[in-house]
Design a protein around this ligand. Structure first.
Ligand code: ATP
Ligand code: MG
Length: 347
């Protein structure tokens, strides 16, 4: 890891105000990510910048916590002997400011081959977002480790792109500049970046909207920008936390088709968290159902529907007897867990 003065080595970032000199970046990131005082929006923007560019820049107030320029020399990872994405016996205990703790995850292990699409489902509070944040490198697990392509995850990096539920676009930039943000920060050649952005705009069906400010777009269009922005960094893994959760039913179904199309066209490994049983079944080649308190893997399925969705109509697939049977099985499973939580049987 090394430090640099803003503008010294990366002319493309000069527009941002000046930065203080070096600091311990791991410590700083820890402060940003784990501090209850850091507003979530700041964490999200900080995470995006780190994930996009391996560089943390000074951002003007109100995001004053992001005040040091950082370049992470090792892409946030250390070497290890594993292939694909390996979540190796992860546990996570949050210490609460007033004392006490929350056991968010316990002994979670999973291995995802390159190019697999995994959906993760489970009752509220079972640790889905915590798991994703650990894979992304935004949080360090209390126990265990995550490995991606032989490297241990040690912090956020461009290899692990994140798509949030909503509200994580850079509102002061237009669509094109949102999508090109990562490559620009990484100092990629302008011509190559422009071509990539035009290609991605077309893939996500926003060819005519490149110059629009993002606030002028609908929710579904904004999520398409978020997907394109993530892909522009060419991540090995795309992590999605309820990416379609804020959309109306029709837009959501269309976006599910887009996720499958992107999966097929890019061959990316995808981990998708959703509250929708139907969505988890339709999109997940593999599906993990988590149980709460502490969060753990309850059941795992291998499913044929995502593959079918590449060719068949989503409506037909979702109305097929095998889909309905699985949907009812998983719904009952989650319903029982929710009942248990409401009944106060948790530890
Ligand atoms: N920073 C934190 N500090 C303390 N507890 C936390 C923190 N983040 C999450 N938790 C707790 O960890 C548990 C898991 O939270 P998490 O957000 O991962 O759940 P989730 O499955 O994503 O829930 P939802 O479906 O509602 O989004 C919850 O009990 C939550 O209160
Ligand atoms: Mg969550």
């Amino acid at each position: 890891m090394r430090f640099f003065r803003l503008g010294e080595e990366r002319p493309s970032v000069r527009r941002f105000p000046t930065t203080p000199d070096g600091a311990n970046t791991d410590k700083l990131w820890g402060q940003i990510a784990n501090s209850p005082e850091t507003p979530m929006h700041n964490k999200v923007v900080g995470a995006l910048i780190l994930a996009s560019a391996d560089v943390l820049l000074f951002i003007p107030a109100p995001m004053t916590c992001l005040s040091v320029a950082i370049q992470k020399g090792e892409n946030g990872m250390d070497g290890a002997d594993t292939n694909g994405l390996l979540v190796d016996d992860i546990s996570m205990v949050f210490k609460l400011p007033g004392g006490g703790s929350v056991h968010a995850l316990k002994n979670v292990t999973m291995n995802l081959a390159s190019g697999e699409l995994l959906s993760v489902l489970g009752p509220s509070g079972c640790g889905k977002t915590t798991l994703l944040n650990i894979i992304a490198g935004f949080l360090a697990p209390t126990e265990g480790a995550v490995f991606l392509n032989n490297q241990q995850v040690k912090g956020p990096a461009a290899a692990r792109g994140m798509v949030f539920q909503q509200g994580a676009l850079f509102e002061w930039l237009n669509v094109r500049k949102n999508i090109s943000f990562g490559p620009r920060m990484m100092g990629k050649p302008r011509k190559e970046t422009n071509e990539k952005v035009e290609h991605l705009l077309n893939i996500v069906g926003l060819g005519d909207f490149g110059d629009k400010p993002v606030y002028q777009l609908s929710g579904g269009m904004q999520q398409r920008v978020a997907l394109a922005r993530c892909l522009a960094n060419d991540p090995d893994v795309i992590l999605m936390d309820e990416p379609l959760g804020a959309l109306d039913a029709l837009t959501r179904e269309k976006m599910q088709g887009l996720v499958l199309k992107l999966w097929k066209e890019t061959g990316k490994t995808i981990v998708l968290i959703t509250h929708s049983v139907e969505e988890a079944l339709f999109l997940g080649e593999r599906l993990i159902v988590m149980a709460p308190r502490p969060g753990r893997i309850h059941r795992e399925y291998r499913l044929p529907f995502a593959e079918r969705g590449l060719t068949d109509s989503p409506r037909e697939i979702k109305a097929s007897p095998d889909f309905i049977e699985k949907r009812e099985e998983i719904l009952s499973m989650i319903w029982e867990m929710e009942e248990e939580i409401m009944g106060g049987t948790a530890t």
